[in-house]
Ligand binder design. Structure first.
Ligand SMILES: Cc1cc2nc3c(=O)[nH]c(=O)nc-3n(C[C@H](O)[C@H](O)[C@H](O)COP(=O)(O)OP(=O)(O)OC[C@H]3O[C@@H](n4cnc5c(N)ncnc54)[C@H](O)[C@@H]3O)c2cc1C
Length: 599
């Protein structure tokens, strides 16, 4: 297809971009162009093999961004990887596929003013995106999901599976430990993922055992469509507009192999460059805080002070324990080249073995209030009361007040998850110890109150954005996180999970032996890192809260520019983000189709 005018131009062929492009191009009359800065290197074995995900960071398939030094993380600047490849971050991520808690999605509507975005409307879009793997009764017992009263039945393009060794003892031990303490999830979390433990799905094909992604599931099967054109190695520099009060996006300027090109659209420009670069494309196009743009010599087109603000992320922290000698873990894969060779052979010839595992099998969404003393509960409540948002009726204050109310109602509620726990069968963040096995327990702070920003540092398209998530800047976040980390110590001593660990318990890093709140706070600051779940930087919020897109995902002040990726998500997911991004993009595609079928 050679045409310089398309109906739709999608900026960024990542997770959300490819979902939307594939759905819009189902109608052969719609001509859809996707411009992606990365290449289609999805056949690289490092992408395909589930266990290789860690080795992708820092390669040319990762934008390799880092944060500004974070004062509350001891001044560390930490890595915030983002996929630079067709498929975006879904092609380099850790492949965990878990849903958000329904109460969080309901807040998008009830507390954040996005009419029509609640669990009832949104949850069918998870099912539209992925396919559930077949599970018979005996497999359900091994996976620890035999107590589920309901299983989701989804038939979307994205194949998923319970990855790695289905009989791995962590699954049953995890399920039985949480059954014993009353926090076992009683049905598939995609049906009503309230809280509790579960064996998690992964974007790993149940047959080939290879990674699945937006590229393999949404683009590759449809690449023969004559009306879908995907151009890789094409970096969008800015969006062009015309019109007076309401701006119309007329097309984009992009760089292809060093050459500046332009392409126009008759219907919409759809921005899907991810949480760190959708704001960048807007700012380079003159959409953002006018005063800030002026400082960089960019002529303002639309004054939208919310662009690049409200950035959120999940911090993750871990404790690695010495595991019993016969536990299957990833340590030998890293330590012993002969194990690596055998694993490669098993994977290639039989699609079995250690390489089929990304290392994460189990999750638990837990409320902290149930696990701490009355004194601890009082202290957390007081911290919340002592750190209210700034008073006032400016848009930033109204937004901060809305998030604070959500925290008041949810974060300290014993029925709602404030942390997401997971196990990793190997060392996380450090090298393995020769001759020993490791089991790591990890926590993400589900709903931090701290917010940061991401902005351009200059007009130069090739310059990295300035990323400042402002981690732990709200004092409640630090203490909540520290309390969750302390609970890891309780879990490590709870049967039958504790039977998988060596006794007396060995903490791989002595500083992770958390005895009280103060040691836990120190460990949180020293050892927390990004879980790469960035979002919120072009949030779907009312304009009175400095939102960037309305509830149809249209950028304020424009007639035909939408944002469909993680940057538009207004309140972060309970745990990992990709399932929610896939569902969000599926809904976005329906909204766009609806809008144009009415015209
Ligand atoms: C290392 C890592 C591990 C993760 N692990 C998990 C996990 O296990 N489970 C989970 O649920 N989530 C995980 N995530 C998060 C999840 O993958 C992301 O939240 C989600 O994929 C983001 O989707 P997106 O569409 O917003 O952005 P992306 O998928 O990142 O897509 C943005 C695309 O836009 C392109 N682009 C950017 N700028 C331009 C431009 N100017 N012109 C053209 N193209 C451009 C990028 O190259 C990219 O392809 C992980 C993320 C990372 C990075």
């Amino acid at each position: 297809m050679s045409s310089d005018t398309y109906d739709f131009i999608v900026v960024g062929g990542g997770t959300a971009g490819l979902v939307v492009a594939s759905r819009l191009s189902e109608d052969p009359r719609q001509r859809v162009l996707v411009l992606e800065a990365g290449a289609d290197t999805n056949s690289d074995p490092r992408i395909k093999i589930p266990a290789s995900w860690v080795s992708l960071q820092g390669t040319d398939m990762d934008w390799g961004f880092r944060t500004e030094p974070q004062p509350l993380l001891g001044g560390r600047s930490i890595g915030v990887s983002q996929g630079k490849i067709l498929g975006g971050s879904s092609s380099i991520n850790a492949q965990v596929f878990v849903p958000c808690n329904p109460a969080v999605i309901d807040h998008w509507n009830s507390s954040l003013g996005n009419s029509g975005w609640d669990w009832e409307t949104f949850s069918p879009y998870y099912a539209k995106a992925y396919t559930t793997p077949p599970v018979d009764d005996s497999l359900a017992v091994k996976l620890g999901i035999d107590g589920w009263t309901g299983h989701s039945s989804a038939h979307g393009p994205l194949p998923t599976s319970f990855p790695g060794n289905p009989s791995h003892p962590i699954r049953k031990a995890w399920a039985d430990t949480f059954r014993a303490n009353g926090h076992y999830q009683t049905q598939d979390p995609f049906i009503d993922g309230a809280q509790g433990s579960f064996s998690c799905l992964a974007t790993v094909d149940p047959v080939t055992k290879e990674r699945t992604s937006a590229a393999t599931a949404y683009y590759h099967p449809n690449r023969a469509r004559k009306n879908l054109h995907v151009l890789t190695n094409a970096t969008v520099e800015r969006i062009r507009f015309d019109g007076e009060d309401q701006k119309r996006a007329t097309g984009v300027v992009y760089n292809y192999n060093g050459e500046h090109r332009e392409v126009t659209c008759s219907k919409e420009v759809i921005l899907a460059a991810g949480a760190l670069q959708s704001p960048k494309v807007l700012e380079l196009s003159g959409v953002g805080n006018t005063k800030f743009l002026g400082k960089h010599g960019i002529e303002p087109v639309i004054d939208l002070p919310g662009v690049g603000e409200n950035l959120f992320d999940h911090l993750v922290n871990t404790t690695s324990f010495g595991a019993v000698d016969d536990l299957e873990t990833l340590d030998p894969l890293i330590l012993d080249p002969s194990v690596g060779e055998q694993a490669a052979k098993d994977f290639a010839e039989r699609q079995t073995g250690l390489l089929t595992s990304m290392g994460v099998y189990t999750y638990a969404y837990l409320p902290i209030m149930e696990h701490i003393s009355g004194e601890g509960q009082k202290r957390l409540k007081k911290l919340l009361q002592d750190n209210p948002p700034a008073p006032g009726d400016g848009p930033d204050q109204i937004r901060a007040q809305a998030y604070y109310k959500i925290a008041e109602r949810g974060l300290l509620d014993p029925k709602q998850a404030s942390g997401a726990y997971l196990s990793f069968i190997g060392p996380w963040g450090g090298p393995p110890e020769p001759g020993s096995r490791t089991l790591t327990l990890c926590v993400m702070l589900s709903q931090p109150l701290s917010r940061g920003s991401v902005h351009i540092g200059s007009k130069d398209i090739s310059a990295a954005p300035i990323v400042d998530p402002n981690y732990l800047s709200n004092p409640l976040d630090l203490d909540l996180f520290a309390e969750h980390m302390l609970y890891i110590e309780t879990l490590a001593r709870s049967a039958p999970l504790t039977d998988l660990l060596k006794h007396p318990i060995i903490h791989r890093d002595p500083a992770s032996d958390l005895t009280d709140l103060e040691t836990a706070r120190k460990w949180v600051q020293k050892n927390s890192n990004s879980m790469w779940h960035l979002g919120g930087s072009c949030a779907m919020l009312p304009r009175q809260m400095n939102g960037v897109v309305d509830s149809t995902l249209k950028v304020y002040g424009t007639t035909n520019l939408r944002i469909v990726d993680s940057s538009a998500i207004p309140l972060m997911s309970t745990a990992n983000l990709q399932a929610t991004v896939f569902a969000f993009a599926e809904r976005a595609a329906d909204l766009i189709k609806e809008a144009w079928s009415q015209k």
